[in-house]
Design a protein around this ligand. Structure first.
Ligand SMILES: [Zn+2]
Length: 314
């Protein structure tokens, strides 16, 4: 499939200072973290509720429809007797409402065909005030920037941007996936943006991995490799087969939607500060993040133009 002529113009609109501004707000000052079990001194709302407010304020007026769905969740608890350092909540521990935030663009000519982008906006609920800058302020701000760039874009197909929660339990993408699976929409692609640009060593060349678990996901991964090349994005773009669907993209595959993949900076994930207090805003490679935003944006625009035919080999 040829490159859609308008794609480079949209890619140029990706604005790195805006990415930096959102990153600082969500992962350093004022929020530092985004959980339901932590509030800033003097505030009654939790840091995750304040993050929701920030996302809603920034994306208001961009022309998207908006819906929010409350999902009851609990915080994970620290447990230093297990390797990953946390455990699932017990039934009597506190229950909170976590919000799935949907920003909705209805397709002009094929409204039942859906391109869904999602990112978990929460940070690690078992760590007191962990910034989660790569995991997953990076994906959150990528989604916010894609919303801004697509603000005036009249899409042929429906495009939804979903801000969900994956560091509390249960993951709220499960409820979103089950609702989508029983709807009349046909999901052409579900792109989970998580820990974008996170690599083994700071200073390594820009990179992105599309992790897939199904043949449909592999077709999407191949499309992203082709788009990275054809658009000259100068990013090392790879694909990785993960036979056990997992994370927020896995929620959709388990719900019967096979077109779900994850964009991530490396896989197996190798950013050295993963799930540590040192996953801070200052470590985030904004150049790499900008390229990953451009690639995901290009994928959306290409799929919107060509529909499922976009996945056919060239
Ligand atoms: Zn995580």
């Amino acid at each position: 499939m040829p490159i859609v002529p308008h794609i480079p113009t949209y890619l140029k609109a990706v604005n790195q200072p805006r990415l930096a501004m959102d990153l600082i707000y969500l992962a350093k000052d004022p929020l530092l973290c985004r959980t339901l079990n932590h509030s800033l001194p003097g505030h009654t709302k939790s840091t995750l509720q304040m993050a929701d407010d920030y996302i809603m304020k920034c994306l208001a007026g961009l022309g998207f429809g908006f819906e929010q769905v409350a999902v009851p969740v609990q915080a994970f608890q620290a447990d230093h007797t297990v390797p990953h350092g946390f455990r699932k909540p017990l039934p009597w521990e506190p229950v909170y409402n976590a919000m799935n935030l949907y920003f909705i663009k209805r397709g002009v000519s094929h409204p039942q065909e859906l391109i869904l982008l999602l990112a978990h906006k929460d940070s690690q609920s078992w760590l007191p005030c962990a910034p989660g800058a790569y995991d997953n302020a990076s994906g959150t701000i990528a989604l916010m920037e894609i919303a801004r760039v697509l603000s005036g874009y009249a899409s042929k197909r429906s495009i939804w941007l979903l801000f969900c929660n994956e560091e509390h339990w249960p993951w709220t993408s499960v409820a979103a996936a089950q609702a989508l699976a029983t709807s009349d929409y046909r999901a052409l692609a579900v792109l989970n943006l998580d820990s974008l640009a996170g690599k083994a060593r700071h200073g390594d060349p820009p990179a992105n991995v599309t992790r897939f678990s199904t043949p449909e996901g592999e077709a999407l991964a191949d499309l992203m490799i082709a788009l990275n090349d054809q658009l000259g994005l100068k990013m090392i773009q790879q694909k990785y087969l993960c036979e056990m669907p997992n994370d927020d993209d896995g929620s959709f595959i388990h719900a019967g939607i096979p077109t779900a993949v994850m964009s991530i900076g490396s896989y197996p994930y190798s950013e050295p500060n993963y799930h540590k207090m040192s996953d801070i805003a200052e470590h985030v490679d904004l150049d790499n993040l900008g390229l990953a935003v451009q690639l995901n944006l290009a994928t959306v625009l290409h799929l919107d133009e060509h529909g499922s035919a976009a996945m056919l080999p060239a």
